[in-house]
Design a protein around this ligand. Sequence first.
Ligand SMILES: [Zn+2]
Ligand SMILES: [Zn+2]
Length: 307
Amino acid sequence: MSDGMKITFLGTSSAPPQVDRRQSSVAIKYRGHNLIVDLGEAAQVQMLKHKISFKNLTILFTHLHSDHTLGLIGLLATRGFYNIKKPVTIIGPQWTKTFVFLQLLAFRFDPDFEIKVIETDGGVVLANSDFVVESFKVNHSEESLGYKIVTQKPLGVFNVDKAKELAIPRGKLWKELQEGNPIEIEGKTIYPSEVLDKSPTKQIKVVITGDTTLDHNVINNSAEADLLIHDATYPPSEVERSKKYKHSTCLDAAFVAKKANVKKLVLTHISELHKNLEDSLRAAQEIFPNSVMAEDGLEIELSSREN
Ligand SMILES: [Zn+2]
Ligand SMILES: [Zn+2]
């Protein structure tokens, strides 16, 4: 599926790692871009295992708690070891610049590649011809963000025959129309809709919450998402604890998915308080049927083709 998006769960545990769950990290591949949301302790090993590029990557931190960031310095050091010169972009909440600077200082690491750090407290943080990434505030014990990744919808497929029929000379004018701009030939305006056929591809929307308790801002930002990746630290019984530590139960996650009318929900940031994962999943599915329990190595592919 060359046009689609591939999401790989590199780490799905809540703060303490478990024998078969590493700390939080999710890799998102789309058209040659690699976005990594959070880098738990074992992230770089998991990236090697799942063939995620060290060269070409953008790192998004939901927040700076160690279970989401311990893997950063190791990953940067490995890039240095392999003499990778390509710049790396790190996006995160307030203090991310200080955090990265202090890590480099503490580990006496002076990389040969540029590290660009962008701090955000909401809004568009990255936009290119393939997708737009927006951050939004979530409700956790630390300044924390969720991320919304929406692919760009191509305007349409350029119809060469129609362009020839309208006697539009090949070259600059074709490009203008392909980019959605009207052109003029001998005083006559030609609009893009006259030469663009409906695109067979659709937008993909993925939302990843990071750590959060049940929050309306998450519901608003997740509206109609193809995939919602939501904190589900606790089983249904741990409501008190979820409020105290500002995490979610699997039922909170399912409630958000249902309210936001998403297509699919992945429950992640799983703690050992889930005594029986099947029971937790079943309880979530009673609220939102298309719920899945994350596990390390889980891969989800989202097609960009219209059905
Ligand atoms: Zn966490
Ligand atoms: Zn946290």
